[in-house]
Design a protein around this ligand. Structure first.
Ligand SMILES: Nc1ncnc2c1ncn2[C@@H]1O[C@H](COP(=O)(O)OP(=O)(O)OP(=O)(O)O)[C@@H](O)[C@H]1O
Ligand SMILES: [Mg+2]
Length: 367
């Protein structure tokens, strides 16, 4: 038997071993390759309202899971096969419908030849930890929503004030209006009201997109096609402003698992930002390249004024905008969507223009 160095301790391990094991609050079982329970501590037996002796010698799947054959996805079996220590979490629902969770750890007991005749199973009730974890996530989400709501209210107040002011003006003009000259004033006020209403609509729509938790519907798609559909949407505005777009792609498709509609939004938001930054005749360059490991790299660059270093850290924050009438949700929506696809986005440091670089895990063509 291999010496551990602990044999010299004064503590009579053998004598108290059973007491130590029975005092554990975790369930402990030892099973052999035939799924027979060779050892259980009192805590594990008590979970079945039995004494340890009543459990020993029975098949673990019969006595603990009430199955007549080994459990599907048996972790113990996997430890016998691989010799690895494994940690698996299980969630169940009790008779009252409340969820509870266990963490099962299985590890091999090796004989002197290195074979694995037995596996130890330790089961820990982690329901309390899980509930606390979920509570923390819930309260963080609520706090974030509260902050957004406050910022949204602030954003909405300005256009509402402008609308009320213009409406009051219209009423006054109407009272005193005697000739056609005031039609011009009325049209001007109406135009402002219309603009502000459009702004309010955009803010609320962006806000809803930002807070939307709906799951993605990813399909295997060629990212180059999504770039084209985004450009089709913006073609009219781009031509009107005399902005030139060039698209560079590799010869092969750039396959990734994406939700086409959400991903098109990523491109539209990035291209719109570039358009806002560019003067007439400015240029946008988009490149889509699949790297050797399958990663899809998408860059959107423009030759505009660039983003000052001092702002670079803030641009992905919700409601941060450097524009007089910007909502500041465009890039945070972009980041959310890219990350929901398992990708990443970064502003590439540069001394001229602006470049955003997105990396997306490549999709397997056979997926
Ligand atoms: N291509 C770019 N060139 C220069 N500045 C940019 C560029 N892209 C983003 N920015 C800066 O980052 C800020 C945040 O962009 P973001 O898209 O989140 O909000 P926004 O464009 O101001 O408003 P919106 O919610 O309507 O998109 C912009 O206001 C701008 O100052
Ligand atoms: Mg924007």
């Amino acid at each position: 038997m291999k010496k551990t160095g602990r044999e010299n301790s004064d503590f009579p391990v053998q004598e108290y071993f059973q007491g130590v094991i029975d005092g554990l609050t975790d369930d402990l079982k030892i099973v052999d390759r035939d799924y027979r329970v060779l050892y259980v501590n009192r805590t594990a037996a008590r979970r079945l309202f039995k004494e340890p002796e009543q459990v020993l010698g029975h098949k673990c799947y019969e006595v603990f899971n009430h199955f007549d054959r080994p459990c599907p996805y048996c972790t113990t079996q996997k430890t016998f096969e691989t010799g690895e220590t494994l940690h698996t979490e299980f969630g169940y629902t009790d008779t009252e419908g409340d969820p509870y969770f266990f963490l099962l750890t299985t590890y091999p007991l090796r004989d002197p030849r290195g074979e694995i005749p037995y596996v130890v199973e330790i089961t820990r009730d982690v329901t309390q930890e899980k509930r606390l974890e979920q509570e923390v996530i819930r309260s963080r989400t609520l706090k974030a929503i509260g902050q957004f709501a406050a910022e949204l209210a602030h954003e909405v107040r300005n256009p509402l004030n402008a609308i009320s002011f213009q409406m009051a003006l219209l009423r006054k003009i109407k009272e005193t209006c005697t000739d056609t000259a005031c039609v011009g004033q009325i049209s001007e006020a109406l135009e402002i009201v219309n603009e502000e209403i459009a702004r309010l609509t955009k803010i609320t729509e962006d806000f809803l997109t930002f807070t939307r938790q709906e799951s993605l519907r990813p399909v295997l798609a060629d990212v180059r096609e999504v770039v084209e559909t985004a450009l089709d949407l913006l073609r009219g505005d781009l031509d009107e402003r005399g902005i030139k777009v060039t698209v560079e792609t590799g010869e092969d498709p750039c396959m990734a698992r994406i939700d086409r509609d959400r991903f098109r939004q990523v491109l539209v938001n990035l291209i719109r930002n570039a358009m806002d930054a560019l003067p007439e005749g400015g240029q946008i360059r988009i490149s889509v390249i699949q790297e050797g490991d399958g990663t899809c790299v998408l860059s959107v660059s423009d030759n505009g004024p660039g983003i000052p270093k001092s702002l670079a850290r803030k641009i992905f924050d919700p409601f941060f905008s450097g524009k007089p009438k910007g909502t500041g949700l465009g890039l945070s929506i972009v980041k959310n969507i890219v990350e929901a696809h398992g990708g990443a986005i970064a502003l590439v440091p540069s001394t001229s223009g602006t470049t955003f670089r997105i990396t997306l895990p490549g999709g397997n063509k056979n997926a």
